[in-house]
Design a protein. Structure first.
Length: 238
C-alpha cells in the first residue's frame, strides 16, 4: 500500500488540489520536456487499478476524480481524521490543515488561535528563511518575495553546477529544465533502465510507474514555479 500511495502522489495536479495551496501537496510535477501528462490513459489506469478503482466505461475526468477522492480519504485515515458524514472538500481541508499544523510544530511555530492562512504564511516564511541560511544567502532587510526568489534561483544554479549544466546566457527556466532532465536520466541509469533513445519524460513516467519510492527520493527541483507566498512546495527539500 505504501508503494501505491507514493506512486499516486507523484502524479501531482490531481492530488490535493482542492484550492488549498500546494505547500503540502505532492511533489511538484515535472515541467517542460520532463512533464508527465496526467491525461495519459495508461498512467491514469495504472493509478486507479492500484487503488482498487474500477475503470471500466469511465472517462479520464471520472477516473481522476475518484483517484483524488480516494487519496484524500487515505491521507485522512493516516492522520486519524474521521471521514464519515463529511464531503470530500471538508475532508481535504482537514487534511491540509492537519499537515500544515504538523509542519508548523516541526518548525517551532505556535498555531494556537491562529487563522490557517496566517499559519501557512508563517510556515512558508520560516522554511524560506531556513533554506536561505543553509545556502548562505543574506536575509537582512529583504522582503520575503525577494528572498524566496533568491533561494529558488540559488538552488537551481547549485544543481546546475552539480550536473555540469552550462548557465551562461540562459534564462533560469531553461537552466532548470536542463538540470531536471539530467537528474532524471542519471536516476534512470542508476536503476538500470535502458535510456537509449528515450526522453526524460518517458524515463520519468517509467520510473514513476515501476520505482515510485526511488522517484520520491530524487527531490527534483521545483522548476517554473511563480515566486509568491504559499506557492513553494519545492522548498520542502530542506
Amino acid at each position: 500500500m505504501k508503494k501505491i500511495l507514493i506512486l499516486l502522489l507523484m502524479a501531482a495536479g490531481v492530488i490535493f488540489s482542492a484550492n488549498m495551496g500546494n505547500v503540502y501537496a505532492a511533489p511538484p510535477a515535472p515541467q517542460g520536456n520532463a512533464k508527465v501528462n496526467i491525461e495519459d490513459g495508461e498512467f491514469l489506469k495504472k493509478m486507479a487499478e492500484n487503488l482498487g478503482i474500477n475503470t471500466k466505461d469511465k472517462d479520464s475526468a471520472t477516473i481522476k476524480k475518484e483517484i483524488h477522492e480516494t487519496l484524500i480519504k487515505m491521507e485522512a485515515k493516516k492522520l486519524g481524521i474521521k471521514t464519515e458524514g463529511k464531503d470530500i472538500k471538508q475532508i481535504a481541508m482537514e487534511v491540509h490543515e492537519t499537515n500544515l499544523k504538523n509542519e508548523a510544530k516541526k518548525l517551532g511555530i505556535n498555531t494556537d488561535n491562529k487563522d490557517i492562512r496566517l499559519i501557512m504564511k508563517e510556515v512558508f516564511e520560516a522554511k524560506i528563511t531556513k533554506k536561505a541560511k543553509e545556502l548562505g544567502i543574506d536575509t537582512k532587510g529583504k522582503k520575503m518575495e525577494q528572498l524566496a526568489k533568491e533561494v529558488h534561483e540559488k538552488m537551481i544554479y547549485a544543481e546546475a553546477k552539480k550536473y555540469d549544466v552550462k548557465t551562461e546566457n540562459k534564462e533560469i527556466n531553461q537552466i532548470a529544465d536542463e538540470v531536471r532532465e539530467k537528474q532524471i536520466i542519471k536516476a534512470a541509469e542508476k536503476l538500470g533502465l535502458d535510456t537509449k533513445n528515450k526522453t526524460a519524460k518517458e524515463l520519468l513516467k517509467e520510473m514513476m510507474m515501476n520505482y515510485p519510492e526511488e522517484v520520491k527520493k530524487l527531490k527534483l527541483l521545483p522548476f517554473h514555479e511563480k515566486v509568491g507566498m504559499h506557492r513553494h512546495g519545492g522548498f520542502k527539500q530542506s
